[in-house]
Write a protein that binds this ligand. Structure first.
Ligand SMILES: [Zn+2]
Length: 580
């Protein structure tokens, strides 16, 4: 079982900094932009408080709800203002959407995103209840879910929203209220797709991963073996064929999709920030389902790399698509003009933007970071405490009261101090991360004893810098290596490597050793890495392998964690370098 976010306090260090950037700047500034773009006025308009026409895309309600979920957890002052505005827009029968009225509701579920929006409303309401103890939104959410139950289901209307989310929301509402028909309705919506026949997940990445998360929630609650086996099968496939080294998922621009197995393009990776959020949600659920350490490794990987890359270090600018390499050259299409769909032509995003009319990603990161403390720990039915990720924090769960002090993820020292514990033998299970060279790598280390207040458990996990190679079936990374240190994947930015004209020329030997470079205050005190490399500047497109191509000269290359890239202006960037 996960330990709820309100039982964990982040105290200092890496995750506290990211949490604070989100709470202090990300959440309030996004709210200002919602006001400026009419997202909140859409609700005021419906209740008659303002007469402006509706603005924005038809699913902007969901963006505000995701923001509300984050706002509840970080205690943003604006939430108290928003809750009555939203509730005043809800129809008497529970329907809530600012874009559709009584005549047009539920008419086009393939595109309307109505259940998707209501799902996010339900999730916001549950967060408001759990984080702040208020029932106001939850009452609205129950009316909303009851309406869905009257309209949809066996013997009623058999249909589903093409964009999943309501499934997860209904399972959570079942957990919150104990009302079993919400779980049944979630299962019903899942079963409108022929998922039993699927070997793997593909297509629109966010939809696929939200769907899988919803089905996993149903599997956790029902124990239904068919569902359990399906999500295990898809998860194993995704991990072995379709996940970036950053944990990102959904690299195909066309249809924002999970492509064929091993289809992982770099400079044209779509890998939407919401895809990283969705992956984190699913990994957390798979961890809950099976307690499998690989799910915890995957969760840590996506949170430290793909997810954080979506947000600026300051916390208030956003990538939607996340390139995994760029030469940073503007593209021009003299014969086609601007009509070419962005899925084909780009533009490749080189800097994070404060606003985009499709506003799904920013509040999705807001709520993920706001609930991050809830990802760190777990409990089991025997009353043991599990540590899945490392952050300086304080946790109260399963009769344990424990504080953790650590410099993770920059160094591997961890001190776990027990302040209170069960009066019987109980275990602390501490994850041995897969990237550690320690003997516990890839399993949970169990420390079992009768704990006494003041007991300290000290660990020193080996954080080595490693060169990674990819499965050669991935054509974009064939003959290449990537650098990782601890949970971070590193990248090389042009701004740190001015001697290199084209980062694609950088070449590393397998025996490359790395020095840690001084802290870079501009990047929030990261640990940079430096190493000897070769600039292999080719002159020909093809050449006999028996001959040399171009010039070779030594250099010192500098790398920073991928999540911190593009915070000093647009710059070329490469994760994968040539392997000598
Ligand atoms: Zn998004």
């Amino acid at each position: 079982m996960a330990v709820a976010a309100d039982r964990v306090e982040l105290r200092s260090g890496f995750w506290r900094d990211r949490y604070d950037a989100n709470a202090r700047w990300g959440v309030p500034r996004l709210y200002e932009r919602f006001e400026a773009h009419g997202v909140v006025d859409n609700f005021r308009r419906l209740s008659g408080a303002r007469s402006a026409p509706r603005r924005g895309l038809w699913f902007t309600d969901s963006d505000l709800y995701k923001w509300m979920e984050a706002a509840a957890w970080v205690g943003a002052a604006e939430l108290g203002e928003v809750v009555p505005i939203v509730l005043a827009a809800q129809a008497d029968d529970g329907y809530l959407n600012t874009n559709f009225d009584a005549d047009s509701r539920f008419a086009d579920l393939d595109w309307s995103h109505e259940l998707y929006c209501m799902g996010h409303f339900i999730q916001a309401a549950i967060a408001r209840k759990r984080a702040q103890g208020h029932d106001d939104l939850l009452d609205g959410a129950v009316r909303c879910a009851d309406l869905l139950g009257r309209v949809f289901g066996p013997g009623r209307r058999v249909a589903r929203d093409r964009h999943p989310v309501v499934e997860m929301a209904l399972v959570e509402l079942y957990r919150e209220t104990g009302t079993a028909r919400y779980l049944d309705l979630a299962a019903f919506f899942c079963d409108q797709l022929p998922w039993q026949n699927w070997d793997r997940l593909w297509g629109h990445a966010v939809c696929a991963l939200y769907f899988a998360s919803g089905l996993t929630d149903v599997a956790i609650e029902t124990g239904d073996e068919t569902r359990v086996e399906a999500v295990r099968r898809w998860w194993a496939d995704l991990e072995t064929t379709s996940t970036y080294v950053t944990g990102a998922i959904g690299g195909r621009w066309t249809a924002e999709a999970v492509g064929e197995p091993y289809e992982l393009p770099l400079s044209r990776s779509y890998t939407e920030t919401c895809g990283a959020v969705a992956a984190a949600q699913w990994h957390a659920r798979m961890l809950q389902l099976d307690g499998d350490i690989r799910a915890a490794d995957a969760l840590e990987q996506v949170l430290h790399n793909a997810l954080l890359a979506g947000m600026s270090l300051e916390g208030d600018e956003w990538f939607y698509a996340n390139p995994h390499a760029t030469t940073c050259r503007a593209e021009e299409h003299p014969w086609i003009g601007e009509q070419l769909p962005t899925q084909i032509a780009g533009p490749l995003p080189l800097r994070r933007a404060p606003w985009r009319d499709v506003t799904c990603c920013p509040p999705n990161v807001n709520r993920t970071l706001a609930t991050l403390p809830g990802q760190l720990y777990g409990t089991d039915r025997d009353g043991n405490l599990w540590m899945h990720m490392f952050a300086s924090s304080h946790v109260r769960a399963a009769e344990f009261d424990v504080s953790v002090d650590t410099d993770m993820p920059w160094s591997g020292r961890v001190a776990i101090t027990v302040h209170a514990a069960p009066r019987r033998e109980a275990s602390l299970f501490v994850r041995g991360p897969v990237w550690s060279t320690d003997t516990v790598a890839g399993r949970y280390r169990e420390e079992r004893r009768v704990w006494r207040p003041g007991d300290v458990l000290e660990l020193d996990l080996e954080i080595g810098t490693r060169l990674l190679a990819a499965n050669p079936r991935v054509e974009s990374t064939r003959g290449s290596v990537a650098v990782s240190r601890g949970p971070f994947v590193y990248c090389f930015e042009g701004i740190d490597n001015p001697e290199v004209d084209d980062l694609r020329d950088l070449t590393l030997r397998d025996d490359t050793t790395f020095e840690t470079a001084p802290d870079q205050p501009k990047l929030g005190g990261i640990t940079a890495l430096q190493c000897a490399a070769t600039i292999a500047a080719p002159t020909r497109l093809y050449h006999p392998v028996s001959s040399r191509n171009g010039t070779f000269r030594p250099t010192t290359a500098t790398a920073i964690p991928y999540y911190a890239w593009a915070n000093r202006g647009p710059s070329p960037m490469a994760i994968w370098l040539n392997r000598a």
